[in-house]
Design a protein around this ligand. Sequence first.
Ligand code: NAP
Length: 251
Amino acid sequence: MANPFDLSDRVAIVTGANTGIGQGVAVALAQAGASIVAAGRSSMHETEAMMKEAGTRFHIVKADLSTIEPVKAIVAETLNVFGRLDILVNNAGIIRRADAIDFTEDDWDAVMDVNLKTAFFLSQAAGRHMIATGGGKIINIASMLSFQGGIRVPSYTASKSGLAGLTRQLACEWADKGVNVNAIAPGYFATNNTAALRDDPDRCASILSRIPAGRWGTPAELGGAAVFLASGASDYVHGVVLPVDGGWLAR
Ligand code: NAP
């Protein structure tokens, strides 16, 4: 019987695959058989070594995603190198922390540009190809702040709430074209993004006390959800924002 989670012959773009959740997702997709295109601005050496170990076909596209300038080239280079594009993971994201009363326009625009604007226009570029070729999978990395308010992160909450809405919007337009658009909402994972929270003993203790699993997640623990949403196993799943959160939202 065919394995519905098998990604052999599939090609996936993962943004921000050099570290953290993007790296964890790239490794999981590779282990399921996909070839990986890593799009980002920093060195991909560590991820490249992991891909070599997994025996995965791997290509790096240098791209600063703070503007939409590179999005067409990311898709074009993927098609040029691997000849197909089946999966896009919009993972790259930033966070800026300050009280709402003092929040600057720069902190607003920087976060909205990477987390929401580039995610939309990269989805558009990939979606055009996927629709033309009969289908594909787009996975947005959302957040608990796609559901909740958060503290001192107005642009992050706006961007991740927007990304959840965008996930549903694109699903409505593209589901009948064979393109699945879904999101994963990580809870609290130990990555650069949450270093400031983990370094603050009071904040760290208060977060941990609210997580039913009682610990921070690791990037590898998002892999199963990513493989599911990238594979044929999720062909009738459209527009969901899937929490992987150690039970945070159940609390
Ligand atoms: P991270 O380690 O800070 O990773 C963020 C990734 O985004 C890095 O690869 C980073 O590249 C990339 N990126 C940021 N700005 C970029 C730009 N202008 N151009 C290209 N790449 C850029 O944190 P993470 O936790 O793995 O975050 C990954 C995603 O998960 C983000 O969307 C984040 O919002 C989301 N998330 C994380 C958590 C959590 O608990 N950690 C929870 C919910 C959602 P550089 O290394 O070059 O900066």
